[in-house]
Design a protein around this ligand. Sequence first.
Ligand SMILES: [Zn+2]
Length: 183
Amino acid sequence: MKIDITQLHEGANPVTFSVPAATFEAIIKEVDDLYELDGADCEVAFDVERYDTTLMVKGTITAPVIFSCARCLERNHETMQLKLSWTLLPRSAFATSDITEEEGVELTADDLDVSFYDGDEVDLFEIVREAILLDLSPVPKCLVDSCTAVEYLRTSAEEAETPLPDPRWAALRALQAQTIKKN
Ligand SMILES: [Zn+2]
């Protein structure tokens, strides 16, 4: 899904499209064989905001997948709902600048969702592909059902075995010891 940025309005531009099931399957197969296609297309609803040459791509990717749980091996059907916020900057604006590593642009976690585009064209499919690959866990687990319950019981039992001493009781005990001494 390529868009010509010269055709975009300043501000919000709604863009919706589908990634055909076969193309979507090729993406999820890049994450080992943990994921399978659930048959349906992947639906994309974006709002491409343009501010001069900066583009902000925001929106949702809805993608149905099947995966085997890494904990209980149960097969799960899940509809991924990816909320995405991606910034696109023109590469030309950075190519000629002499930003050094020290004084240069400091990268924060938020900047990880930044990429560059060349010319007047942006391929939204590449953003969809990257977002899906970033979101798919290499160790997928069931979200609901007995699998999570088993994990919860185990964690609770472990916590129950080592109760944390309550500092308020410690203060009371110290006070009690003092009172006993005085008497
Ligand atoms: Zn499971």
